[in-house]
Write a protein that binds this ligand. Structure first.
Ligand code: ZN
Length: 490
C-alpha cells in the first residue's frame, strides 16, 4: 500500500506531500455550519470532502484529532461587521430563544450528517462556549500591537499587521488594491480602515446575544472563534485547516492574520478548500427558488426534484467530482449517480458469491495500486471510482466465466472493494438495509398466504377474500396460480 498522500495546499497553490508536524498525530480543523437553517448541499460538500480525508488518514494509521466547529454566535448578515446576528435574527422572527434555534438546527444537521454517513468529528466546539478563550486572544492581539479599541469594540489593524506579516497571502488580495477600492467607505464606522475587521463588537441595545468584557458588553467577531478554538484544541501549529472556497476571504484570511498576530507564527501547514455546488448551472440561493435542503433531496419534496434521492446517491454524486471542481446538480446527473452506485454495490454482492479457480487471468494488485494512487493524488475520488468500475467489469466477467481468479486474488479483491467502497469512500449499502425489511415482509407474507390457503381449503371464502382485499388496500397484490398463490408489491 502506497501511503504517500499528496494534497493541494491553497496557501502555496501547489500539491504537496502530506507530512504531519507531529506524526502519528494529525490535527485537522474544518469550519462547520452557522446553525440558523436546514442543511443543504453547501453543507454536505465540505462535510463529505473532509470525511474522506479523515477516513483516509485513519486508514493510514494516523491518530487524527478532527475539530469541526458549530457557529452559534457572531456571524452577522452578509458576512460583514454590520447587521444582525444570523441566529438572533432567526430567533426574533420565530419568537424563540437564540439557543433554541441553535439546538434545533444543530440536531437536524447531525441527523443529515448521519444520513450521509459522515463520521462525527473528534471535537465539535461551539463559539458561545469559548467566549473566554476568544477574549484572551483579543487581549493578546491588542498587546502585540495589531488591534485597536474604538468605542467599546476592538478591531484588527490590517495595515499594522501587513507591515510585519503579509495580509492577503491566502486569497491573493493585495492591501494596496483594497485601500484604493474601499477608501470611499471610510468614516462610516468606527474603524480606521474599512478592511479592518471586528475582533470584539460592542452590542447595540437590541442585540440579545452579549457577554461582559473589559471592552464592553458585546460579542466576538465571527473569525475569532476559529482562531481561538483551533489553538485551544490543536495548539499554536497544526496540520490541516479546511472549509469551503467561499470562506477563503474574508474568514480564513482573517483567521490567519489573527492567529499569526497572537502566536507570532503561522498556525496552519496545509489549507484545503472545497469548491462550490451549483444547481442546473446556477448558484444556489433562497431568492433564486433553487434552494434545496438535504431533507428535500431525501424526501423528493422540492419542485425542481423529479424524485427523492437517497443520502448515498447524494454522497456518490458529490464524490464523482473532484473536491476542487464545481459540482452541478441536475436530475439527470443524480439519476446517473443512483445507477452507478447501484452497479458498484451489486458487483460487491456478486463478488461475495464468486467461485475461485486454479488460475487468475486478472491482476488485482494493479487495480489496487491504481486506486491508492488516485486517492493519494489530492483525494481524487472520481478517478478512484473509475478504477473501482474497472474492477466491476472484471467481477462481472468472472461471473460470466470469461475471466478466472484464484482464492488469494479473490480475497485481495474483496478486501480492496470493502476498504475503498465502505471504509474510505464511506458508502453504506442502502439496499442491504432495505433487504432486511424485505426479509421480514417475505416471512409475514408466507404466513398470511398460509392462513389464506387454510381458509380456502375449508371453503371459508369470506376469510380468503378478506385477506386478498386487505392486502390489495396495502398495495400488495395476491395472484392465485397453478403453483399456489404469489404476491407482489404494486
Ligand atoms: Zn472558521
Amino acid at each position: 500500500m502506497n501511503k504517500d498522500l499528496h494534497i493541494y495546499n491553497s496557501l502555496t497553490r501547489k500539491k504537496e506531500i502530506f507530512e504531519p508536524l507531529n506524526a502519528p498525530f494529525v490535527g485537522m480543523y474544518v469550519c462547520g455550519p452557522t446553525v440558523y437553517g436546514d442543511g443543504h448541499l453547501g453543507h454536505a460538500r465540505p462535510a463529505i470532502t473532509f470525511d474522506i480525508l479523515f477516513r483516509l488518514l485513519k486508514h493510514y494509521d494516523y491518530k487524527v484529532r478532527y475539530v469541526r466547529n458549530i457557529t452559534d454566535v457572531g456571524h452577522l448578515e452578509n458576512d460583514a461587521d454590520a447587521g444582525e446576528d444570523k441566529i438572533a435574527k432567526k430567533a426574533r422572527l420565530e419568537k424563540l430563544e437564540p439557543m433554541e434555534v441553535v439546538q434545533y438546527y444543530t440536531d437536524r444537521y447531525h441527523k443529515n450528517m448521519a444520513q450521509l454517513n459522515v463520521q462525527s468529528p473528534s471535537i465539535e466546539p461551539r463559539a458561545s462556549g469559548h467566549i473566554i478563550e476568544q477574549l484572551e486572544m483579543v487581549d493578546e492581539i491588542l498587546k502585540q500591537g495589531f488591534a485597536y479599541e474604538s468605542k467599546g469594540s476592538v478591531y484588527f489593524d490590517v495595515e499594522a499587521y501587513n507591515k510585519k506579516y503579509h495580509y492577503g497571502k491566502l486569497s491573493g488580495r493585495n492591501i494596496e488594491d483594497m485601500l484604493n477600492t474601499t477608501r470611499a467607505l471610510d468614516g462610516q464606522d468606527d474603524k480606521k480602515n474599512s478592511f479592518d475587521f471586528a475582533l470584539w463588537k460592542k452590542a447595540s441595545p437590541e442585540h440579545i446575544m452579549r457577554w461582559p468584557s473589559k471592552y464592553s458588553d458585546g460579542f466576538p467577531g465571527w473569525h475569532m472563534e476559529c482562531s481561538a478554538m483551533s489553538t485551544k484544541y490543536l495548539g499554536d501549529q497544526f496540520d490541516i485547516h479546511g472549509g469551503g472556497m467561499d470562506l477563503q476571504f474574508p474568514h480564513h484570511e482573517c483567521e490567519i492574520a489573527q492567529s499569526t498576530a497572537a502566536n507570532g507564527k503561522e498556525s496552519v501547514k496545509y489549507w484545503m478548500h472545497n469548491n462550490m455546488i451549483t444547481i442546473n448551472g446556477q448558484k444556489m440561493g433562497k431568492s433564486l427558488g433553487n434552494f434545496i435542503t438535504l431533507n428535500d433531496f431525501f424526501a423528493g419534496t422540492h419542485q425542481i426534484l423529479e424524485k427523492a434521492y437517497s443520502p448515498m446517491t447524494v454522497r456518490f454524486f458529490i464524490l464523482q467530482a473532484h473536491y476542487r471542481s464545481t459540482v452541478d446538480f441536475s436530475n439527470e446527473a443524480l439519476q446517473a449517480a443512483e445507477k452507478g452506485l447501484d452497479r458498484l454495490l451489486t458487483a460487491i454482492q456478486t463478488l461475495e458469491k464468486l467461485k475461485p479457480s486454479e488460475q487468475s487471468t486478472i491482476n488485482v494488485s494493479e487495480i489496487e495500486d491504481k486506486c491508492y494512487t488516485a486517492i493519494n493524488d489530492d483525494l481524487n475520488t472520481p478517478i478512484t471510482i473509475a478504477h473501482l468500475f474497472d474492477g466491476v467489469k472484471l467481477i462481472n466477467s468472472i461471473k460470466d466465466g470469461k475471466e478466472t481468479i484464484t482464492t488469494n486474488d479473490l480475497d485481495q479483491l474483496k478486501t480492496l472493494f470493502n476498504i475503498f467502497t465502505f471504509d474510505i469512500l464511506g458508502f453504506v449499502n442502502e439496499t442491504e438495509i432495505k433487504s432486511e425489511s424485505k426479509d421480514i415482509t417475505s416471512g409475514l407474507m408466507d404466513f398470511i398466504l398460509d392462513i389464506r390457503q387454510n381458509a380456502k381449503n375449508n371453503k371459508d371464502w369470506t376469510t380468503s377474500d378478506k385477506i386478498r382485499d386487505q392486502m390489495k388496500a396495502l398495495g400488495i397484490e395476491i395472484k392465485d396460480g397453478k403453483e399456489g398463490a404469489e404476491w407482489s408489491i404494486k
